[in-house]
Write a protein that binds this ligand. Sequence first.
Ligand code: GDP
Length: 383
Amino acid sequence: MPNRTAPRAPRHRREAPAPPPSVGILDIAFHRASLVTPHGRTKAERDRRRAVLKVVRSSATVIRHLRLETGPVRAATAGDFEKALVARRFGTGALDRALLRLRRAEERIRGLARDAERSAQRGNDPTDLGEVIRTFYGRLSSFVREVDPDLATLRRIGAYLDERPRLHEGAPTLVVAGFPNVGKSSLVARLSTARPKVADYPFTTLAIGVGHADLGFDRLQVVDTPGVLGRSARANPAETEAETAVERAATAVLFVIDPTGTSGYTVEEQEQLLAKWREEFPQLPIVVVETKSDLLRRPATDRLQLSSVTGEGLDALWSRLRSVLPARGPMPEVEVEPPSEEFALEPEGSDEVSPDERSEEPDEAPRRPRRRPGGPARRGRRA
Ligand code: GDP
């Protein structure tokens, strides 16, 4: 007989999956539509007006929320570098496909709303009007549900980019690259405002990071990258990100070689990657340094040798960098994202929905993509 007093094995509570994006958007749209306050001399007039307003307000709210989802991702992927990052991480064309489907959904919703508005204006009794609204709400819901996968894709892309630093378009960009564990992050911390995590195991840096340094004539973006082993076909996502930074964002590359063996990689392996990049990016200035000179100084090298521990060689590195990076004017102004176009679907003669209503912020957004402090600077590619 089973022992009924024995404690039960703990049940693992599963987190409920997040509801699809359409749920939040439709909730807000229908809620706002339920608050319309129609004017009219007769009850029939007010009923008609109410139906029209429900159509207008619910469709306008849905469209505004679709734009709230697309706008920030569009702005965040304006630069070549970010486009390439997203294409490599989410697949070529994934972003464009999602944006296109959302644009089409918006057009279909506008058409649907125009038809429903006309039917509501012709409606004579509450039953007819109720049917118009029910049918409209049903179709509106299915149009929004159809783009759930696209909204989910945009949210994933938005979250991915939120975790990456914003690169200022046009600012000189030094990408610090090399094998894992060779001392890239330590050097980035020495050269710039960035404070990356430094550890004596490989792949501590999983995504690019950025710090800034004053070049005297300009502000330099110093990009720390995850280590790259140069096995293109088998590159992991972090390595791919580093390669994309070199390919799309770099004004110059600072290639770090660790000759001491403490990184776990041989000098030959590191030289092979350097040779590969020189071949792949013949136009790109590549400054090569050997790190950890406090542990080992190689007599037979004409390369810059430096130590992030003692600071040896850093002044010489700065002079070299200044000679390689183009002198330009001041940093460009930070561009402010333009407000999204207003949704123009105003019922004729309606004074209950003001023209402003469609452009005003919703009472509560289902998810506003995060903005970093410092404002909505455009991400950009190299100068
Ligand atoms: P990354 O993976 O290339 O970014 O390398 P890290 O900057 O994280 O450094 C890897 C290890 O090497 C850490 O334990 C660092 O403390 C050490 N290291 C980095 N630069 C130097 C250096 O110039 N001298 C010495 N002695 N150790 C260093």
